[in-house]
Design a protein around this ligand. Sequence first.
Ligand SMILES: *Cc1c(COP(=O)(O)O)cnc(C)c1O
Length: 428
Amino acid sequence: MSTPPDSGILTRRSFLQWSQSMLAMLGVAPLVSSSAEAFAAPASSDASAATDYYAKLGVKKMINAAGTYTMFTAAVMPPQVQRAVAEAAKHPVHLKELQTRAGEYVAQKLRCEGAVVTCGASSALTLATAACIASANNATAEDIPQKVGSMKNEVVVQKAHRYGYDHAIFLCGAKIVEVETLEDYKRAFNEKTIMTNFFNSAGAGEIGHEQWLQVAHEHNVPCHIDAAADMPPISNLWKYTGMGFDLVCFSGGKGIRGPQNAGLLLGKKHLTDLAHASNNPNEGVGRGMKVAKEQIVGMVAAIDWLIEQSDETMAKEFTRRADVISQIVKDIPTMKTSIFTPEVANHVPHLILTYDPAVVGLTPNEVQQRLRSLDPTIELNPSTGSPHAGNGMPACPNSLVVGTWMLLPGEPEIVGRQIRAVLKQGEA
Ligand SMILES: *Cc1c(COP(=O)(O)O)cnc(C)c1O
């Protein structure tokens, strides 16, 4: 950069950049140090001047045709949420005051008594367990998990609802008591029971929501439901607390499209207050589950964004994207396109592209691999080529599965063209 920017108007910032690079070229130390720049009031052009750290680190960007998968960094925050996060980054606040006000605001918007912005759904489950231990034992956050072995510490769960997130419960030192039949369930309650956990999208288990709640509440035991990925519909954000679940967790970074390291614990105020007590910065089991001010604000902003949306408009848009892709690939030999909407989790239209691999010359997993090797990389839904039904999706041995809901503007066209180009390679 040897001439000043040619816009005619030389802003303070662009002059500084220009003059410093000139001085650097001449081997002279800059007159205005970069720390002086750091203390200056942020220029309004800051966002557009941001460094692309993915490029700097050599990390490939992704076109997310999969869905809100944790390993693919889940969702991209809508622009108004991104702006709220950037704004929050500019000022310190009292963390507890922000946590309290954010909880109150979310609870009011989502029609429940209390709320905690957590470090994700998994961390919400840990804080829920800690709250139920504290409540049942009249214990404090400092007792968890060291003293839990000799306390009331049993969590009742259906065998079909056991999952990897059980670790979030074990972290508090609690135990899981497994049940299958309603009779098992009734017998499982004793003086050591502190809570129950219900895995909402399990799609299995003999005991339904209503019966589950009724029996637990007869024993005065609070029920937590894991609905992490179960939005849309938007009304699910108040459905389960409305049904009588004492605590409900949601992932902040999935369909809600908040920060990926945020989530929600919603429910009865006396329990969410106890969850707050175990949360960072208090030195309890949640101390390592810090949600920074930027992410707390991002979570709240995502709720504000979401409740202005409509399920119908979103489903229509995701279907339109599927149609764009279908149109581009429909003349591939043997190709059949269809739409599938999973029942509970990821309840949005997915595009299923079914073809005969023997005719096309590439299996769905080979296509998936070739799309992955592109730059930007394209990730299809993990049920692509899967011989087994799972996660609410059917078996797709001869299909590519495209989750269209996380695609950004212009990407459906790119995904369609790239799938078509790869499928054409098989003919060679
Ligand atoms: C994604 C998920 C979680 C974890 O959510 P995080 O926000 O990543 O902690 C927990 N339970 C279920 C059922 C999920 O799908």
